[in-house]
Design a protein around this ligand. Structure first.
Ligand code: GLN
Length: 198
């Protein structure tokens, strides 16, 4: 299972290690040619305005958007979710690949970062969510499935081949969300198997 990670900025390194630890093959993507033969794509946390600038330079952003529109499964964590969703304010344009509005920095500033545990649908235990200048997901469309809530607000949601998390699973040792993405969203073009432990 070859999973691309947008590696122009942000926490791509920890996603790479997380994928390796569950037996998937991470591919750091910095150029459009690296988008070939992927089973999924992670847009990591970082700074969405910087992602936008870097994706608008050269052909990477356009090529990635084309692949995602053609059905390449995508997972956006935090800043990655900002790019994948809808929304007012910077950065613009958002890609609107999942029908929800993403409000940036809605849980406060860097100093307001926190860890909270919550249930994720399909997991038999609570997940430790790390929230860093996290976005809020609002005005969800009818096709969007909420997979986790924190105090009644959605923090993990999916529509078809697109997954968004307001938190950072790569910053914990729990690989459940990485495994969820690979097994539930990327399995259509499965090239390998994912270790069940870890
Ligand atoms: N608030 C940042 C942004 O909107 C995202 C922060 C993060 O990815 N942890 O770009």
């Amino acid at each position: 299972m070859r999973i691309g990670i947008l590696a122009v900025q942000g926490s791509f390194n920890l996603h790479r290690q997380a994928l390796q630890s569950i037996g998937a093959e991470p591919v750091e993507v910095r150029h459009s040619e690296q988008l070939h033969n992927l089973d999924g794509m992670i847009l990591p946390g970082g700074e969405s305005t910087t992602f936008h600038i870097l994706l608008s330079t050269g052909d990477l952003g356009e090529a990635l958007l084309k692949e995602l529109r053609c059905g390449l499964p995508a997972w956006g964590t935090c800043a990655g979710a900002v790019i994948l969703g809808r929304g007012e304010g910077r950065p613009q344009p958002r890609w609107g690949l999942i029908d929800l509005e993403v409000i940036r920095n809605a849980y406060g500033r860097q100093v307001d970062s926190f860890v909270a545990t919550f249930d994720i649908i399909g997991l038999a235990r609570e997940f430790p969510g790390v929230f860093i200048r996290a976005p809020r997901f609002v005005n969800l469309g009818p096709e969007v499935e909420v997979l986790a809530k924190l105090e009644s607000e959605p923090v993990m949601a999916r529509q078809g081949t697109v997954l968004v998390t307001a938190f950072h699973p790569e910053l914990t040792s729990d690989r459940s969300v990485h495994r969820y993405f690979i097994e539930r969203l990327c399995s259509g073009s499965q090239q390998g198997t994912v270790k069940s432990a870890g």
